[in-house]
Write a protein that binds this ligand. Sequence first.
Ligand code: EPZ
Length: 419
Amino acid sequence: MDKLIIQGGVPLCGEIRISGAKNAALPILAATLLTDKPVLIGNIPHLHDITTTMELLGLMGSELMLDERMNIEVNNRNVDRLYAPHDLVKTMRASILALGPLLSRYGQAQVSLPGGCTIGSRPVDLHLKGLSAMGAQIEVNDGYIHAHSRRLHGAYINFDPVTVTGTENLMMAATLADGRTVIENAAREPEVTDLANCLNTMGAHITGAGTNRIEIDGVEQLNGASYDILPDRIETGTYLVAAAMTGGKVRLKNTDPSLLEAVLQKLSEAGAHISCDGSSISLEMETGAKPRAVDINTAPFPGFPTDMQAQFTAMNCIAEGRAVITENIFNNRFMHVGELRKMGADLELAKNHVVVNGVDKLRSDTITAKDLRASACLILAGLVAQGETLVEQVYHIDRGYETIEEKLMQLGAQIKRLP
Ligand code: EPZ
């Protein structure tokens, strides 16, 4: 089990390149199942979740070619196993994204239930309800979703609550359905829009992506395409918070400021000086200044992203003042609080709120990551703690951050990976 050892107290300075977005790459790889023509996908991040998805597609009979620049060509002309097994799905719940494409293109699918994870129960009832509305026969038994349909037909679907992968699954299924599908209260995340843009490049007829009403007119078939993944807004936000916490000065390239306006707004409120030009974002703190405490309320896009909540909790631990952080999306996304307390943070947890009183310094310690964004939070805490912090179970972080220690070392951090 890999560990990261971090010597705290170094202001991060320099520039790094942001990778493609994990949460766009996963649905777009699943979308290749909708055609038997080759699809070339660029700017794919080199992450464990991507490897898992490629393994899953390979099991189904996909032919995958990866070039040295991390472009992937996917050819599904020989897909013949319409099955997503538990041992893969349990490591990555986004495998549920195979369900819509398999059902729509092949008329059947067996996909293991993803089950819960450390951040909450993570049901998929809205996915199944939407597919049933489109004419699918769905049974759930022995831990698997068994779905069949002759040809899906268009439907009117109103999501409550907003669901990102639910919107993506139904949008993919609707591209080959008979007639029009309308998704009300659709997720507006940029990754949903990126998927819609990729599907339209493949010949789909999707309008309204990025708004809360998406319309999809089914077509007979989709074609091959070449498509580049958009930048990762959560990776971008994570490195900006790292710079704000350590009092540094960084420039992040190959990103897009319009993807994380709510995060940039909160960093400015915390006292960071931010400047954007086209595809790069620069952040600088006043020399020696600590960030000011900022209240956080997570919400669906364009609100403040839940995937940045843990990182801002870490920043508030050493900020000037008191902040209230409210998690409105998941029912158990404060797994990092206990580990931060071990480092001397002053946090009071009550239902879906955590009240943070900033302290002068955090103590280094041996801490354990419990999920992807909690891992990022603990690494950020290690960057400012006094002495050497050991973060264990870092396989979580490798699911969502490409070569994190190399990028942090490029910014001057004293960090190394131990086997
Ligand atoms: C996506 O997860 C992201 N994952 C998550 O990122 C992100 O935190 C989340 O959206 C919210 O933005 C991917 O895109 C691969 P939801 P998803 O369905 O789609 C409830 C990361 O760290 N719900 O939008 O699984 C659900 O319980 C990951 O990169 C139902 O009740 O999240 C939650 O309370 C973590 N029934 C709320 O909706 C359903 O059928 C939002 O969940 C589906 C969801």
